[in-house]
Design a protein around this ligand. Sequence first.
Ligand code: HEM
Length: 438
Amino acid sequence: MLLVSSPRRPSGWHPLIGHGLTMMRDPLAALERWAREEGDVYRLSFPGFHNWAVNHPDHIEQILTAPSGTRKDRDVERLKSLLGLGLLTSEGDFWRRQRRLAQPAFHRDRIARYAEQMVSLAEAWSGPSRSGEVLDMSHALMALTLEIATTALFSDGSVSGDDIGRALDDVMARYSGLTYLAPDWVPLPAHRRYRAAVARLHRLVDAVISRRRGSGMDGDDLLGMFLTARDQDGSRMNDQQLRDEVLTMVLAGHETTSNALSWTLHLLSQNPVVEGELQDEVRALGGPPSARDVNRLELCSAVISETMRLFPPAWVLGRALTRDWEVGPHRIPAGEEVLVSQWVIHRDARWFPEPLQFRPRRWLDGSTRDLPAYAYFPFGGGQRMCIGKGFALMEATLVLASLLRRFRFEAVAPEKVKPLPSITLRVQGGLPLRVHRR
Ligand code: HEM
């Protein structure tokens, strides 16, 4: 077979910065357009490197499940200034050990124990002071999921979501728009704020770890699980590893789930029939939801799946190749990077008929049963698959059920609601919804 390593150049290229500007302006639209124009494999150029986009589920499966030959890409590399060598950013044997140590904290029985906290924090959300007021629900959900994450990590209340939230805003600002393109050494105010926020987060978490160690109490929370976890040789995580894992859980865990919930409320506010059916399902519980109800909340979970199809919180994943890879008629040389986008694949009509329609029932009527494995992968796949998937699905289901039981969310200006692709797929400028008490 003819293997080519210099394919044609997709549109939107500039001699100085390659596809950089087009990607920066509107990456979601650009990736969709290129997929239409270029097909399942094409190559983008950026200053100093290439990025190959791969759009077929079978190829995505190959790249994500390969036992070797890939590592995380340069975007993940940049996160190391915040996350050090936590699960998201580390590689090889070091990563394998950390994953072994962290895995028990995400066991199904363990997650069921966090469920009670999730519900009590969701039920404590009091909504607007007056029924019918407009609230920025993406802001409210960000605060709620951050509180859930910090309570799961530090059940003694030693850190509040607020403490971490302000610093995280500065961290996220580093990863969108123009600042994203600029290397760390460029003296931008956003870079200064980023460095200060990272230092604040490190100090905060270090102080909690040292207090916890000093107290001699392990604690029945995620931090406690990490503190006591022992590897086969009896070794434990040191302070640096603990800090990296704690911050990784906060960053990887709360934004993603909060964005999934924001997009769910947005879509429900546009689809009153689905919202009504969901309301019936939630009301049938007869009170606040619990971990035991999750299997009964079938439509609720289908709604969350469908939301993450249309608005995947992790909208793109990257891998750097450590050896050549033959994909279709192309040979991608070692050292180049591959990009796979949930945003593009989840909206591909080959896998999802009427892909832009919000149809949660497609997850219940059997029509998604025979999908290729990687036509839908909101949590990634292979050995680097999200460790928090069970936690996130439990959280999203319980929070959604708790909110819908007590409130109805009415769209205010739906045409203005647009995605902001940062590390996660945020809602640009917030999600104003009119919140009615039931
Ligand atoms: C809707 C919510 C979530 C989504 C969509 C999501 C998505 C993802 C994806 C796509 C990956 C793979 C990244 C890659 O392959 O490069 C990942 C990894 C990870 N996620 Fe999640 N995530 C969610 C919630 C959570 C939660 C709640 C936690 C923790 C409490 C968490 C912790 C992690 C960690 C630690 C990793 C790295 C795993 C490893 O490489 O071993 N995530 N997540």
